[in-house]
Design a binder for this molecule. Structure first.
Ligand SMILES: Cc1cc2nc3c(=O)[nH]c(=O)nc-3n(C[C@H](O)[C@H](O)[C@H](O)COP(=O)(O)OP(=O)(O)OC[C@H]3O[C@@H](n4cnc5c(N)ncnc54)[C@H](O)[C@@H]3O)c2cc1C
Ligand code: SF4
Length: 803
């Protein structure tokens, strides 16, 4: 059932953006700059320089859980097989991130790459598509590598250690671009602690900023304002262009409006009651704002949860909602007590920004390029840093040494007192008591990330978001990453210690992506390659949720670049605005509509001959096949949007289900299936029904069953056999289209729909959506119309009906 809001909300703007992280900030700026009225709703608070928590009392409250009265920066989540940290505040993840802006490797934008756990990873955009947008984001965020070659930056031992390790291991090393101001203005010499001259668009906080003073506190928020976080850049520029940025506004639901556009229901939090303008003291009331365009950028968890919760209002949403979740292969290790020639080697993790260096782990996809023989899914290793006070905690945690030093000091003082020694100079004794800090200065965290398997699923359980993802499907990737971490430790003569959670095979992800993945078709993804949600024009996903797989490196830059590309496309096509909504936008060319989906299930049986190259004389009925050659299939055909299906010439539907054959190892689930009906691509007048089913056999070999029902229309009597018998070939690999020409055929056969199954199929038609009866009617007319055109008896007055 669809619920549409008929009463227009009291407030209506061109665009509402939900969330102010990388996707939301870029979008708010681009749309406001283009003259649209933009309201950005962010659940967290603003953090001007100097306001980030540092004391234990402040840090104890720096977490996000409004139900517990916490409105702080860190949103920490624990799922069954992993934990995760994301941010809540004006500027989203940029407030706590480690500033690394790396582009996704060109060859990691894969197209239908089979996954170790089955299924595919497919990116509907390429590096070339994103490069201009990467450029734009890097410029705005002032991306610059760590100035290691200049004093005082050159004295950053962890960076040199990373470079040395990469050199010894023959791995690529780089100083990645960082969104940090090392110099007071572009082109000036870097120097710590100088006032930064602000950009022309001003700064929304209205407070001064200073250049990076290498304190290692980036993950707690930069109290100097040296990080070029989104509040200092995109959001300040958005506000300059008129965007209305509303902190403490949490969106709870979204609904389509009957006249076009969307209604957005939100709460206004008031952590500090004195802040509340309306003087209200009870739980916050829900309010609603309307918009022509709604951009969801509440982060991977926030956006996926909003879509899942609002699903009943958005019937056209793809069945792929919640899928393609990935932790971006995050893994943390600690290298302890590094040495050189048997002596302690200082690494000083609390000096410098949190991350300064990156080592690249090659990928099998590089093989065709310049890294012959590499296998596996690639990734990156980066140095980790932390604030100086963590050094104290690390030293304090080393209890035996602390105790022995304390006892030595106490004993010394007791003996000195007993002997009434004249010595009053205690510096040496106190220095020994403090110790040399060897443990903390010779150790550092090593951060790993890469192309794990994006097979996780986000769903709602008892109204709360749950994530079903486990490292098991990515075991080979994680083993390889850990091996490389160990090799780095060996080179640095350090001990490699796994993150303690790894002993329970858990990871902590700070880079979660997926849940509302982009894909060309609604059967495969929630939004299109420009972020617009399939079946819901004017609704967009602009954050990490839209990623169809891991970035492999730190994801922010890719999220921001995709949002920038989305905005360019949206602005270029802005004439499609729903009618009568905007003062800024011309009237609509396209009117808003909700989609209606249709499914039906067909069962087929037949015979399959391994080794045969053509269906030839294979029996179309199971009865005449030997038991070893029998094959059956149960295929559920899904048309996500009947109108789109009928309008698009390809007439494409998705297929789920299974194939069952002894010679293939029994029942095999279909990993990806498509069906085209009467597509002109399949011959003149679209006289064919084609099937392509991808699955793996019992030995996990990828297989593609492709079949084609030729509709000759010779006589009315040929209608039944031509529409119910499917001759097919089985290929090695998940081949598609032209790939079949050169692919190896491993067998062939025929499947057919027996009459009883056909009658049963007629009872399986289901529609979901606002115009279900009409959609079924249109679909039926389309199929019957085509068949009538092809098979109706020829009459003198109708003449020849085909060429
Ligand atoms: C400690 C740490 C270090 C990191 N370091 C790096 C790094 O160096 N480089 C890198 O590329 N990435 C890094 N990341 C990851 C990076 O921060 C994220 O990938 C990125 O922020 C995701 O961007 P986004 O737009 O998807 O969402 P986010 O940046 O997470 O923004 C989502 C925003 O939406 C808000 N929100 C959520 N729900 C609602 C709602 N219902 N209503 C209103 N607002 C809502 C949230 O409060 C948040 O501000 C790091 C992350 C962490 C935690
Ligand atoms: S190292 Fe310190 S000053 Fe530099 S960006 Fe990080 S938090 Fe800011």
């Amino acid at each position: 059932m669809t619920c549409r809001t008929t009463t227009p909300p009291p407030e209506h703007v061109d665009a509402v953006v939900v969330g102010s992280g990388f996707g939301g900030s870029v979008t708010a700026y681009r749309l406001a700059e283009a003259g649209l009225s933009v309201v950005l709703l962010e659940r967290g608070r603003p953090y001007p320089p100097g306001s980030f928590a540092r004391t234990p009392a402040e840090l104890g409250r720096a977490f996000w859980d409004p139900a517990a009265g916490l409105y702080g920066l860190f949103d920490v989540r624990s799922f069954r097989r992993f934990d995760s940290v994301v941010a809540s505040g004006l500027g989203g993840g940029s407030l706590v991130y480690a500033n690394v802006l790396l582009r996704k490797d060109e060859h990691w934008f894969v197209d239908e790459q089979p996954l170790p756990s089955g299924g595919y990873e497919s990116w509907p955009v390429s590096r070339a598509d994103l490069d201009p947008h990467y450029d734009a984001v890097e410029r705005m965020l002032g991306a610059t590598p760590y100035p290691l070659d200049r004093p005082p930056y050159t004295r950053t031992p962890k960076t040199h250690a990373m470079r040395e390790a990469a050199g010894m291991l023959g791995l690529d090393f780089q100083l990645p671009p960082l969104a940090v101001s090392f110099a007071p203005e572009p082109g000036a010499d870097p120097e710590p602690g100088l006032p930064i001259s602000g950009p022309a668009y001003g700064n929304l906080h209205g407070t001064g900023r200073r250049t990076c003073r290498l304190c290692g506190e980036c993950n707690l928020g930069c109290n100097d304002g040296a990080k070029n976080s989104l509040d200092h850049t995109y959001l300040s520029a958005a506000r300059h262009h008129g965007a209305d940025l509303r902190a403490h506004h949490e969106v709870r639901a979204i609904r389509p409006l009957s006249g076009g556009g969307y209604a957005v229901d939100y709460l206004r939090h008031a952590p500090n009651h004195a802040d509340r303008r309306d003087g209200h003291r009870g739980p916050p009331a829900t309010r609603t704002i309307g918009c022509d365009r709604l951009v969801l950028a509440a982060g991977t968890y926030g956006t996926s949860a909003l879509l899942l919760r609002s699903r009943r209002f958005l019937p056209g949403l793809s069945p792929a909602l919640g899928t393609r979740f990935s932790t971006n292969g995050d893994l943390l290790a600690i290298l302890v007590r590094a040495g050189r020639d048997g002596r302690p080697r200082p690494l000083e993790p609390s000096r410098g920004p949190v991350i300064t260096a990156a080592i690249r782990l090659p990928d099998a996809l590089d093989t065709a390029l310049d890294t012959p023989g590499e296998t596996g899914r690639g990734g990156y290793l980066e140095d980790g840093g932390y604030p100086g006070f963590v050094d104290w905690l690390a030293e304090g945690a080393h209890l035996p040494q602390q105790l022995s030093r304390g006892m030595r000091f106490a004993l010394g003082r007791i003996l000195a007192n007993a002997a009434r020694a004249p010595e009053t100079h205690l510096s040496r004794a106190v220095s020994e008591l403090v110790g040399q800090g060897l443990l903390s200065s010779t150790s550092f965290p090593l951060l790993g990330m890469g192309r794990d398997t994006p097979n996780g699923v986000l769903r709602l359980r008892d109204g709360r978001l749950d994530a079903d993802w486990s490292p098991a499907a990515s075991a080979a990737y994680f083993d390889r990453l850990r091996d490389t971490m160990r090799q780095v430790a060996d080179v640095l003569e350090a001990r490699h210690i796994d993150n303690p959670l790894w002993y329970r095979k858990r990871v902590v992800s700070v880079h979660p992506v997926g849940g509302a993945p982009m894909a060309h078709h609604a059967a495969d993804g929630v939004c299109d390659p420009y972020g617009e949600v399939h079946g819901h024009p004017g609704l967009y996903v602009a954050d990490g949720a839209a990623l169809p797989g891991p970035v492999g490196t730190n994801p922010s830059l890719t999220i921001a670049a995709l949002a920038d590309r989305m905005c360019t496309h949206l602005l270029e096509h802005r004439s499609a605005t729903p009618a009568g909504r905007s003062a800024h936008l011309p009237p609509t060319a396209t009117t808003y509509r909700e989609s209606t989906s249709l499914t039906f299930t067909e069962r087929m049986r037949g015979s399959y001959q391994p080794g045969a190259r053509h269906p030839g004389a294979a029996s179309a009925t199971e009865e005449y096949a030997s038991p070893a050659q029998r094959i059956s299939a149960r295929l559920t055909v899904t048309i996500v949007d009947v109108d789109d299906f009928l309008d698009e010439p390809g007439h494409r539907a998705g297929i789920d289900g299974w194939i069952d054959a002894p010679s293939l190892g029994g029942r095999r689930p279909i990993l990806r299936g498509t069906r085209h009906m009467f597509s002109p691509n399949d011959g003149p007048e679209g006289r064919a029904l084609t099937y392509r089913l991808h699955f793996t056999d019992a030995e996990n070999r990828p297989r593609a069953l492709t079949g084609r029902k030729e509709l000759t229309g010779e006589t009315p009597l040929s209608l039944w056999p031509e529409t119910t018998v499917l001759p097919f070939r089985l290929f090695d690999g998940h081949v598609r289209g032209p790939g079949e020409q050169s692919a190896t055929v491993v067998g062939a056969g025929r499947l057919s729909i027996p009459l009883t199954e056909f009658l049963r199929q007629l009872t399986t038609f289901r529609t979901t959506g606002p115009r279900d009866a009409a959609a079924l009617d249109r679909f039926g007319r389309f199929i019957l119309g085509r068949l009538w055109h092809l098979y109706a008896p020829r009459t003198p007055w109708r003449g020849r009906k085909r060429t």
